[in-house]
Every structure is written in C-alpha cells, then in structure tokens.
Design a binder for this molecule. Structure first.
Ligand SMILES: Cc1ncc(COP(=O)(O)O)c(C=O)c1O
Length: 352
C-alpha cells in the first residue's frame, strides 16, 4: 500500500532562493563580497581527480577545527550546514509530542523541524521594543520541556544574552533537565560566545556555520559542539559522508591563513560602522546589528521598497511585518562598505 507521511504533506516550506546570481544579495545574510578570487584560485589549484573521486575524509579537518576552538575532536561533529546539525539535535534530544521552547521571530527552521517530527514548539515572543525578557523564557521552561533553543545573537532580532542572563537560564535548564541548544551562526560578527559551556558541561550544544563570516554558504559546512556522548548521538544521525570535501578544503585554508579571518572581520566591521553612521545621519531608526544583518524602519512602504530595489536596482533585501514598535521594516544583510554604499544610494533614491 502506498504511504505518505501526512506531516510531510502538510509541512510548509519556502523554496524561493533561486535566480539570485546577478543581484547584490543582501537578503539571506551571506557575505555579499565573498572570498577574494586569488584565494579561491589558490585553494582550488591542488584539486585533482583523486580529490574529487574519493569520499571526503573528515579527520584532518576536524583536528584543525578542534585546534582553532582549543578543544579536541570528541566535542565536534561536522555537518552539512548548521541547519543539518539543528535537525539532528531535535531528532535525538526530543520525542514525538515533546516540548521545545524557542524565541520568535527567529530562524524559521526550528519551527519547521518541530513540525516535521511532530514536536510541540512553544514560542516566547519579543517585547514591543524588540527586547527579549529572560524571565519570559524561564517561565516557559516547564518540567516537561525537553529542549530550549537560544540564538546568540538571534536572527532576525539581533539581540544577545549577557553572561548573567545565560547563567540564570542554564541553572533552570540543569534543574529541570532541559537540553540547551545555542545557535551561534552569527559568531565572529558578535564575538562573545557560550561555547565554553558546551565544551565543559553535558546537555548543552552550540551550533556554528561556515556560511556567514567565512563566506562559504555555497559549500555547506557547519558543526555541532557538545559533550562527547551527545556529539556521538548527533553523529549517528548524519548521512554517510555528509561533509563536502571542497567545503573542508576552503574552511581549512581560511583557518590556516594568517590573515584571512582577520581581513573578513575587519572588512565587515568597516561596512557595519559605515552603514550605521549613515543611517543615523539620515535619521533612519535601526535595530539589532549584533549579527551581519540589521532592521531598518523606512520612511515609506517597506514592500514597495523591496520590490523596487529588486526590479530597478538589482538589490535583494527582505521585509518583515509586525516587528514590535518598528512595524513593517526592512531586514538587510551587512557586508563590505562598497555594498553598503550601493544599498544606501538606492534607499535614499527610492524611500521618499
Ligand atoms: C540563526 C541561523 N542558524 C542557522 C542557519 C543555517 O545556516 P547553515 O545551514 O548555512 O549553516 C541560519 C541561516 O541563515 C541562521 O540564520
């Protein structure tokens, strides 16, 4: 008898990310500039037929990553983008009907996976002023909660948690035996991290990605950090050879380069400082710039601005509606200064 899982049938997914090649892409928090072409050519120069013919080997790169994170490989699981790691944590550490608590708005895949596997995703909303009240998170951490998802910083809200706030949450999670997942996809844009807890404690995971600052979204590479037994559970769920050889080659070259990481960070910071000072000068309210993205409250209709940016200026940005006191606003990825200038020139022309 034919069978179709009705959870899959009714699952809502968005597949609108094609034909973005010839645009300035400020809609999905990638690095619009990407890695320098000479660097790419150099990394690819050693690729031969055996590199492509053989299944990818992960040990060498995992050791390099472990060194970079000042840990050992038992704490790490490489995944095909951190979205994959998040899925496995939900699969392994929650049950059907199990309670998952997360803030909203946030990265939508947390809710998609919860729905995919029949979990009960409980939403903690933001305040009107776009701040997150930690007490509201704690209130939802009930005895029957299996997983709490925090983002440091959150996409799209850009808020972060202080060490005190995090410790308060952690204490409740420990008392009630709730696994904690901290998504640090936007680490490096915001340097503070809770990784030390994932390295020293049980039932805390941190997920990270090479898609954002490392500018490798096209290669698909992320990793899960956790305690060795927890990491083993995540590994068991991975598809065979889930980590792409090209992705590891590029990530290794960046981590081993004496200048590349610093250069990526400094170009980004220059772009962010420029964008913020221009927005301030031109009296645009903005919020949440801890990651590589920002909310901007435009002076006119945000959907119209997004459409005109795309059609007239070939710039992709996003609009969000009902964002607290910001109402309908723009969400723009931050990158190098030259791209921010292009975006601002277009904004000034359209938004009047
Ligand atoms: C908060 C957050 N987590 C995870 C991801 C997934 O990243 P990737 O699967 O490319 O590693 C994203 C992507 O935008 C994100 O915003």
């Amino acid at each position: 008898m034919y069978y179709l899982n009705n959870r899959v049938e009714s699952l809502y997914r968005i597949f609108d990310q094609n034909e973005r090649k010839d645009y300035l892409r400020l809609d999905l928090n990638e690095n619009p500039g990407g890695l320098p072409q000479e660097f790419i050519d150099e990394v690819l120069s050693g690729v031969d037929s055996s590199f492509i013919a053989q299944y990818p080997e992960t040990l060498h790169f995992t050791e390099i990553l472990a060194k970079h994170l000042e840990t050992d490989i038992s704490h790490l699981c490489l995944v095909n983008g951190s979205a994959e790691g998040i899925r496995y944590i939900i699969q392994a550490f929650t049950s059907e009907g199990g309670r998952i608590v997360g803030v909203v708005p946030s990265y939508f895949m947390f809710q998609v996976y919860s729905e995919m596997y029949g979990r009960n995703f409980v939403k903690v909303p933001y305040n009107e002023d776009l701040s997150m009240d930690v007490d509201n998170i704690i209130k939802e951490m009930t005895e029957d909660t299996q997983l709490l998802i925090l983002l440091n910083p959150n996409n799209p809200m850009g808020n972060v948690y202080s060490a005190d706030e995090f410790e308060r949450i952690l204490k409740v999670a420990k008392n009630k035996q709730i696994t904690l997942l901290v998504d640090e996809a936007y680490h490096y844009f915001y340097p503070k991290t809770f990784i030390k807890y994932a390295l020293s404690d049980e039932h805390i995971f941190v997920t990270r990605t090479f898609s954002k600052l490392f500018s490798m979204a096209g290669c698909r590479l992320g990793y899960v950090v956790g305690w060795p037994e927890g990491v083993k559970m995540v590994q068991k769920l991975c598809t065979p050879h889930n980590t792409n050889a090209f992705a590891m080659r590029f990530a290794e070259a960046i981590l081993e380069s004496p200048y590349m990481l610093k250069e990526l960070i400094s170009k980004f910071e220059e772009g962010r400082n420029y964008l913020i000072s221009e927005l301030d000068k031109n009296e645009y309210p903005h919020k949440g710039e801890a990651g590589n993205f920002i909310f901007i409250k435009p002076k006119t209709d945000s959907q119209l601005i997004v459409d005109r940016m795309k059609n007239e200026k070939r710039i992709l940005i996003k609009t969000y509606s009902n964002v607290g006191e910001f109402g309908d606003c723009l969400r723009v990825s931050i990158g190098e200064k030259k791209y921010m200038k292009k975006f601002l020139d277009a904004l000034y022309e359209i938004d009047k």
